[in-house]
Design a protein around this ligand. Sequence first.
Ligand SMILES: [Zn+2]
Length: 63
Amino acid sequence: MPKEIANKTKKETYYKCTHCGDEIFWNTHKKFTYCKCKKIWVDGCEDYVRVGGNEGDYKVLTK
Ligand SMILES: [Zn+2]
């Protein structure tokens, strides 16, 4: 299920797919962005960030 992670996101947060290793920046400007293998997706902007995928499908990276 998608998770709402509103207002907790730091500027340098990436969501990394544990399957294909793709890294998606949290701010996709409301564009639904899938990783290469489409296990996870990120839909984020200044107001909210939603991440799709199951527990363990992605890691949160802070750079
Ligand atoms: Zn992937």
